[in-house]
Design a protein around this ligand. Structure first.
Ligand SMILES: [Mg+2]
Length: 372
């Protein structure tokens, strides 16, 4: 049994990395990744990395999550990093919401435990069920000609899952893009994500048009809290409906099951507050016959690695994952080796902990504020 030195330091960095292109969504545009990198170091000098990736219109703000981590710092210094669940419970009693900060803390603790024990995070949370996961890229550039070039490049890289972001520039634009992709390619697994962008009164009629393009699923057409509207759509359509913004944590997953508002859930550590809570969402989904998908926010390779270990540990992940930011969206990542995407698949890191290393010079370059 390895000895676990107490936590000595908790450094919180605000990081801003430009993106290669603007991505538009039903809930707004994104042209840079604004994220928080957490560095937890033990007295013995072992460092665990974590990331909180807020999006103000979806999960929360950078400022709130930085504040939450700073509130936790005096409670973490001197604590045993092996006590992951106790420290998460303490976080829950200390700060409400800020699920991204909670994910960051869990990731950093598991990274330390993994580095000390020689086990990967996937092994710490149940063991790996797979070594690779099919990668989905989001077609979200308001300049569709630029997106067509990106799709062609990714198709050449072996990517076959594409999720079109819809509901930000009108129904005709969405239909035109789907028609074009179906015409140009006969081997795409196409999905559609509204990011809450449709008005409830006209959603079903528009989605019936979308269904003619045979998407694998339609994601979150209505605002998060319109649960009754989501249920009406799920019952009206033949295409599976995926809940993203409507299902953050186990409690919301339970409500979603009771209300029959979706056929599928998107799992994200930034919504659930980490891997362990996301596994609970997956367990509720499994019990209810609901499928799960590997989602992410606007992240660097650190959060991608944590998400990849989660998805590796889920026995019935069938719809792939979307950890494409590091490879195809950020101008530059902060990992010392490229995030492992090859032939249209994310390959699950095998090294101890997260199995990725941080390029400190790159991290310093993109850091805009530091505390601790
Ligand atoms: Mg989504």
């Amino acid at each position: 049994m390895p000895t676990f030195d107490p936590i000595a330091a908790v450094r919180v960095r605000t990081v801003r990395i430009p993106a290669r292109a603007t991505h538009s969504h039903g809930s707004g545009d994104v042209s840079a990744v604004n994220t928080i990198i957490l560095e937890v170091t033990t007295e013995g000098g072992v460092t665990g990395w974590g990331e909180a990736s807020p999006w103000a219109v979806f999960t929360g703000t950078v400022e709130a999550n930085v504040g939450a981590l700073e509130m936790m710092r005096p409670l973490l210094v001197g604590a045993n990093p092996l006590e992951v669940e106790r420290l998460l419970a303490l976080f829950g009693r200390t700060v409400v919401h800020c699920s991204e900060a909670k994910a960051a803390l869990e990731t950093a603790l598991l990274d330390i435990v993994g580095r000390k024990s020689g086990l990967s995070v996937a092994e710490l949370v149940g063991g790996r069920c797979r070594d690779s996961i099919p990668l989905s890229f989001s077609v979200a550039n308001p300049d569709f000609d630029a997106d067509l070039e990106t799709v062609a490049a990714l198709h050449a890289d072996g990517v076959r899952l594409f999720k079109m972001k819809t509901g930000f520039a009108g129904h005709r634009f969405d239909l035109m893009r789907l028609e074009r992709l179906r015409r140009d390619y006969d081997d795409l697994d196409l999905r559609v994500d509204y990011n809450q962008g449709l008005a409830a009164y006209d959603a079903i009629r528009q989605l019936r048009d979308i269904e003619t393009f045979r998407p694998t699923f339609i994601e979150q057409p209505l605002p998060k809290h319109n649960l009754e509207g989501m249920a009406r759509i799920a019952h009206a359509l033949d295409t599976p409906l995926l809940a993203d913004e409507s299902v953050f944590d186990p409690r919301e997953a339970l409500v979603a099951v009771q209300m029959e508002l979706a056929d599928l859930f998107s799992l994200k550590i930034m919504k659930s507050g980490g891997i362990r809570r996301a596994l609970e969402v997956a367990a509720i989904a499994r019990a209810a016959g609901i499928g799960v998908y590997g989602g992410c926010m606007f992240e660097t390779g650190i959060a991608h690695a944590a998400g990849t270990h989660l998805m590796a540990a889920i026995p019935d992940l069938e719809l792939g994952c979307e950890f494409y930011m590091s490879t195809y969206y950020l101008k530059e990542d902060i990992l010392s080796e490229p995030f492992p995407v090859r032939n249209g698949h994310v390959h699950v890191p095998t090294g101890p902990g997260l199995g990725v290393e941080v390029d400190r010079a790159a991290l310093d370059r993109f850091t805009v504020a530091t505390s601790g």
